[in-house]
Design a protein around this ligand. Structure first.
Ligand code: AHG
Ligand code: MN
Ligand code: MN
Length: 335
């Protein structure tokens, strides 16, 4: 007997009914993100046709300018969220400042979205997986007034929802509202995300580690010792160069993803608000852990700047705990 397909929209609406205080606002916002990601998916799939359709900055056959995909993704999400009036502002990797969204029919927009519209964008040219990362906060200021910077500078523990979309061999949307993690696979024949991975759990440990080992000599001693340890254990090194793809593998198969500080990036490279926090909420909700290389819980770090960076060690709980021990042991040697 065929199992009944549950679409993302059905699932979001059903989950909303379980929460008494739900007004439908978050539901609409999540649905808008689902729509935007289907549009981005379509463009990402066409990326290989760039020589036929025109390169970035040129005019395509219909007379439109061809955009870089991360700019396209950024604009598409902003556009999709602008029409329903649920989102007051967006913080994006692609915009230096907060993007304030227009008021729609006098609606009081309750939410703020943070996002990396296209993660791993250097993979696009070579037909390798990329992703979108998003996080949703409830605004702190009164919803009838102007959005304030404090609405956007909230720590990860205050996220009400987060997720990512992986444009891979199949396209998946994975999200949490703080009650577990669920994954949906896009069925291109019907154009719907269908529930494929309910209540995802990360293995306690795994066989993979993921780090840019090319920077090995630039890492601190404790990080080099931990990476040596991974290698001693014969763990398999996998590094795609898109944290969404690398962490997605770890979520399924267990492992650890690291982006430590280097000489070039003394505070790490990844962005706290729209890369590290949403991915950490997902991983924690699936039973994993996420800390900085200075051993702070990622989700507890105060956010003082929308583009702030953080180092990160994220993944299977036993492996993050082990990395923690290495840092304690070897930074004491350094001190
Ligand atoms: P983005 O494409 O959004 O700028 O992000 C790329 C990020 C991240 O996804 C990846 O893990 C990391 O940059 C790779 O950096 P290195 O090339 O320094 O390893
Ligand atoms: Mn990124
Ligand atoms: Mn990006």
């Amino acid at each position: 007997m065929n199992k009944k397909i549950v679409t993302l929209d059905e699932f979001i609406i059903k989950s909303q009914k379980g929460h008494d205080d739900a007004t439908g606002s978050l539901t609409r916002l999540l649905r808008d993100i689902g729509i935007a990601s289907k549009i981005i998916n379509r463009e990402v799939n066409k990326a290989g046709l760039v020589n036929i359709l025109g390169v970035e900055g040129s005019e395509n056959t219909t007379g439109d300018m061809v955009q870089k995909l991360d700019i396209f993704a950024n604009e598409k999400i902003i556009e999709c969220l602008s029409t329903s009036g649920e989102c007051a502002a967006i913080v994006s990797e692609e915009n230096e400042n907060i993007v304030k969204l227009p008021n729609v029919n006098g609606k009081k927009a309750q939410y703020v979205l943070v996002m990396d519209p296209l993660d791993g964008s250097s993979n696009i040219d070579v037909n390798v997986s990329v992703g979108t990362i998003f996080g949703i906060y409830k605004r702190k200021s009164d919803a009838s007034g102007e959005i304030e910077i404090e609405d956007c500078l909230q720590a990860g523990v205050d996220l009400v929802a987060s997720g990512y979309v992986l444009y891979g061999t199949s396209t998946m949307l994975v999200y949490t509202t703080g009650h577990g993690v669920n994954g949906f696979t896009l069925d291109p024949s019907i154009g719907e995300f269908c529930l494929s991975h309910a209540d995802m759990k990360i293995p306690a440990s795994g066989n993979y580690y993921s780090v840019n080992q090319g920077y090995y000599l630039k890492f601190d001693l404790e990080m080099r010792r931990y990476i040596d340890h991974c290698s001693d254990l014969n763990l398999r090194l996998r590094y795609i160069g898109s944290m969404v793809s690398d962490i997605h593998r770890i979520l399924f198969q267990g492992g650890i993803f690291l982006y430590p500080n280097t000489r070039k990036y003394p505070h790490g490279k990844l962005r706290l608000l729209y890369e590290c926090n949403p991915m950490s909420m997902i991983v924690e909700q699936a039973g994993g852990k996420a800390i900085t290389c200075g051993l702070e819980r990622i989700l507890a770090i105060p956010v003082t700047n929308i583009h702030q960076k953080a180092t990160i060690a994220i993944g299977s709980p036993d492996m993050v705990d082990e990395m923690h021990k290495f840092v304690e042991r070897y930074s004491a040697v350094n001190a």
